[in-house]
Unconditional design. Structure first.
Length: 69
């Protein structure tokens, strides 16, 4: 008996989870921007960047939980 999921063609999971892939890409882009930002942050910029990152992470969590539905 074949293992579950063994019948999938390579890359089908990526195509199926386009929203999840987009959210991960957004998260990685936000992390790159945060890392590239050198020096001290003005408080309002830091608050906005942290809020953006938290929002994206929450979307990734929701997508991950629902990707198997």
């Amino acid at each position: 008996m074949a293992a579950e999921g063994a019948e999938r063609e390579p890359g089908t999971e990526r195509r199926r989870d386009d929203l999840f892939r987009t959210l991960i890409d957004d998260l990685m882009q936000q992390l790159r921007e945060l890392r590239a930002h050198g020096g001290a942050w003005p408080p309002d910029e830091r608050i906005r960047a942290e809020a953006d990152l938290e929002r994206i992470m929450a979307q990734v969590r929701r997508a991950a939980l629902h990707s198997g539905d």
